[in-house]
Ligand binder design. Structure first.
Ligand code: ADP
Ligand code: MG
Length: 256
């Protein structure tokens, strides 16, 4: 049965989408069956996996409104090596439409139960907000992976997310836990980043993943080719670190 993870952080531009598509590609390389769900109306995880968001006939929007199943709406991202349940701007409207519907926070969870045996991992790329879309992700998941940059305000922003996760755990999804904090865009030459990294480890101990993702230009270039960095340039430092992270995740889920 699939283990389901949200990649979440309410800040934008912290590396959620990069983490989602590269972890997916890394897991695929080591033989795992993966589904990526794009829950962000920007559709970056869709495009970054090689699926054209403008050409989607069915998307996660249709799944949330229950006019399509996951099996109908998913697509194979052939080069990337995994399946994608895509998103585009249409998803921005779902937020408003969901508010007046029943089970508005559990719709993704219900939809995913029908494909759980098709995958080892489902990775949900969340939008940069703690919205109803993110809530659908958190209600579906076993755990949350939090990518973060080791910057001055990083810890401050984390407390809102941690509180939301605690509330969802207490009220909506008792399975939910923080799997770990992933240090991304890391530059070891910057003293402040080293310091914040040490603070994170002091504060969150084994909730900080061992793998560190360096700042690496190949990871930033890859989306314009419609590929995860792991596929675009597997030998690059960024790709290698995501392959290492995929291995760490496979080990980590054995102890969940
Ligand atoms: P989010 O999904 O949280 O908004 P993204 O994954 O889109 O964040 O990353 C924001 C920007 O930073 C993108 O342009 C992406 O290519 C770039 N980026 C992310 N991770 C790295 C990295 N490790 N090294 C270099 N650039 C990165
Ligand atoms: Mg994103």
């Amino acid at each position: 049965m699939a283990r389901i993870f949200c990649i979440a952080n309410q800040k934008g531009g912290v590396g959620k989408t990069t983490t989602t598509v590269n972890l997916a590609a890394g897991l695929s390389r080591i033989g795992q069956r993966v589904l990526v769900i794009d829950l962000d109306p920007q559709g970056n995880a869709t495009m970054g996996s090689g699926v054209d968001k403008r050409a989607l006939e069915l998307s996660v929007y249709d799944v949330l409104l229950e006019s399509a199943t996951v099996a109908e709406a998913r697509q194979r991202a052939e080069k990337s090596g995994y399946d994608v349940l895509g998103a585009n701007r249409e998803l921005a409207g779902a937020e408003v439409e969901l508010v007046k519907l029943e089970r508005r926070d559990k719709r993704l969870k219900a939809a995913l139960s029908t494909v759980a045996s098709d995958y080892d991992f489902v990775l949900i790329d969340c939008p940069p907000s703690l919205s109803l879309l993110t809530l659908n992700g958190l209600c579906s998941a076993h755990g949350v992976i939090v990518p973060m940059q080791c910057e001055y305000f990083a810890l401050e922003g984390l407390s809102d997310l941690v509180n939301t996760i605690k509330q969802v755990h207490a009220n909506l999804n008792p399975d939910l836990q923080i799997i770990g904090l992933l240090r991304v865009m890391y530059d070891p030459r910057i003293t402040l980043q080293q310091q914040v990294s040490e603070q994170l480890k002091a504060h969150f101990a084994d909730k900080v993943f061992n793998t560190v993702i360096p700042r690496n230009v190949r990871l930033a270039e890859a989306p314009s080719y419609g590929l995860p960095g792991v596929v675009f340039d597997p030998a690059s430092k960024g790709a290698q670190s995501f392959i290492e992270f995929a291995e760490e995740m496979v080990l980590r889920i054995k102890s969940l």
